[in-house]
Design a protein around this ligand. Sequence first.
Ligand SMILES: [Zn+2]
Length: 257
Amino acid sequence: MYGRDVQKIECKNHVVKNIGKPLYNKKKNSSIHKDIRKNLTGTKIKEILAVVQKCIIFNACGDVETLKTPLKNVPNHVFEKHSNCQIYYCSNVSDALEDFAIAEACGLLQLVNGVLDNVIRKSHKLIDNETTNRAEMYMEILSRFNVGKRQNLVQRVSFETRAYLSGLRYNDGPAWHGSPWKSIVGYSPEYYLKKIFVTLEQIETISKNTVRQFNNPLYEEERKNRLTASNFGIVIKRKSKTLCHNLVKNLLYPKYI
Ligand SMILES: [Zn+2]
């Protein structure tokens, strides 16, 4: 059902990112008291993020209030007051209350509590332990199909078609075009490759049968579908920025035969 009844679900990765970002910014901000910046180490920030993730994972699809309680306790745990800690994120048995007192006195504890408030308020949206990983993966594929939006592809439903193709690529992996190609054209993409493939015995037979080169009609027939030594240089030296359609045209339809 659409409309007012739709409930928004938050992505766990983004929520964790939104805790880390303000904490790292506050650490760099020189207008914040130096004691706070000194005690808010990179290790502490990483620990906060890890514990928040563990809480969300452990309480996935459970009760919202049981998720809120450990989240509220995260600053206490990180600043070494473990009396209310849960076993799934904390194995410390003794407290280091002097560290906790320093963090509380300089205002660091209140600062971390303030940042975590945003997560605690979103607890009901985080309870499903969901991420946007799949959507991000699809959008990454789509951005390759629509050439990073550098061209206007809206006309003639090009964009829409590319979105459908991205869906096929997402579902079936790199070999996604094999079966649609076969159902439309009637043969697999390997058809032409198989057609020009020759065994070692065939190579020897062709070599014997095409002596005298241009005086032999079979020689011209055999070289039609092949990249011969005289053209190999042009192909291998072609710059990647030069378009290849003229080269292909010259190879397939030479002016002088
Ligand atoms: Zn603890």
